[in-house]
Design a protein around this ligand. Structure first.
Ligand code: NAD
Ligand code: GLY
Length: 364
């Protein structure tokens, strides 16, 4: 199926299907005739998908750049090395970089495309669930800095996104569940229909049912595309709603020094805390609380080596990108499928929500 991210002259198609990776060169050649193609991927994907990459190389005449694998390599040095491959190979503005991988490869490649020759084309081929439902769409590109995650980057939209759910077959279960957190979050911000979809399909999604997964990814991309269409550069505040659960999650990740806990694992806890906050603030209508409790019971919270003290978690929140004028911004559920941004929430209320969210609900 084909979806569209509508951004006027920068609109682009998102192809979504299962088992279509062999057709990728034909799709690419049809959209970008006469272009030169470069592939960026990492060592893990190269080893897992060598025959596929060989086929693409034969059909597209690819120049290939291999990155090391891992968030710790999402750096300005890894970004710079991409130019060392493609500039001597005489890439031009009409050339196309292909990002084959998860969010790390996608974010670094997108940022390289934004800077190379002041902007070349690029295409996202996400291979993790997180990248399929979130990072491959919307044009946020970045690398990390010792001062924090994603602090150097650009808004730079891809020219096409090609999602083949067959890549999920090799994804480790832990990465799958982490990515699923980012799909699940759309239940809180994507409207009543998405809320009901998650309630009805949670078990199938967690079991990797391909039909449910295709539908879940499609809905996620449609919801994200609509938000990006209205607030591409996060100026109105609407795009921040996509970070449901993330204020708490980022604090948790910071308390663990970004080690031993995957981002999506922290998001599961963050969503639980946000639900509790919605109840404490009486934003969730009383009649909807049973439905929220159903959803909260689905949250897949992994075992943590320890629960950080609530004071530490609270203090860590002040390092979030959403802090403005010393005020922490929270995305809080308001009714089924809809959340709102809130500031000025008393410290005690936030801490109660954290205690409840961190300890109630959840299965491993
Ligand atoms: P990742 O890219 O590190 O991938 C996770 C692991 O899975 C890696 O070891 C990777 O090599 C491996 N992998 C990828 N595909 C695989 C496959 N099909 N089979 C087997 N192994 C596979 O992590 P991620 O969760 O995809 O992305 C996280 C990154 O995305 C973070 O850096 C985050 O900041 C960024 N992000 C960006 C946006 C955005 O809008 N740009 C949104 C959310 C997250
Ligand atoms: N992942 C949040 C965003 O793209 O805005």
């Amino acid at each position: 199926m084909e979806l569209t991210v509508s951004l006027g002259p920068r609109s682009y198609p998102v192809f979504l299907d299962s088992g279509t990776a062999n057709n990728f060169p034909a799709t690419l050649n049809a959209l970008f005739p006469e272009s030169k193609f470069g592939l960026v991927t990492n060592t893990t994907i190269r080893d897992l998908y060598k025959p596929l990459i060989d086929q693409w190389t034969a059909e597209l005449g690819l120049t290939i750049h291999i990155m090391p694998d891992g968030e710790r390599y999402k750096t300005i040095e890894t970004w710079g090395a991409i130019f060392d491959t493609f500039l001597p190979a005489r890439f031009e503005r009409s050339s196309v970089l292909i990002a084959l991988g998860g969010g790390v490869v996608g974010d670094v490649t997108g940022f390289a495309a934004a800077a190379m020759l002041r902007g070349v084309k690029y295409v996202q081929v996400p291979t993790t669930l997180l990248a399929m439902v979130d990072s491959s769409v919307g044009g946020k590109t970045a690398v990390d800095h010792p001062a924090g995650k994603n602090l150097i980057g650009a808004f730079y939209q891809p020219n096409m996104v090609f999602v083949d759910t067959a890549f999920l077959a090799t994804l480790p279960e832990r990465e799958y569940r982490s990515g699923y957190a980012e799909l699940f979050k759309y239940a809180f911000i994507g409207g009543l229909d998405m809320f009901d979809f998650i309630v009805r399909n949670h078990k199938a999604l967690i079991k990797h049912d391909n039909a449910a997964m295709l539908e879940g990814i499609k809905r996620s991309i449609e919801i994200k595309a609509a938000v990006v269409n209205r607030d591409e550069k996060e100026t109105s505040g609407e795009r921040m709603l996509l970070n449901f659960g993330h204020t708490f999650a980022h604090a948790l990740e910071k308390c663990f020094n970004f080690e031993g806990l995957l981002h999506g694992e922290a998001v599961w806890y963050g969503m639980a805390c946000a639900i509790e906050l919605g109840k404490l603030l009486k934003l969730i209508p009383v009649a909807d609380i049973p439905s929220y409790d159903t959803l909260a019971a689905f949250l897949l919270k992994p075992q943590l080596p320890s629960f950080p003290p609530v004071d530490d978690l609270y203090n860590a929140m002040f390092f979030d990108k959403k802090v403005a004028g010393g005020q922490i911004k929270f995305v809080v559920p308001a009714e089924k499928g809809r959340s709102v941004m809130k500031t000025g929430i008393p410290e005690d209320t936030v801490k109660v929500a954290m205690r409840k969210g961190m300890t109630l609900h959840g299965t491993v």
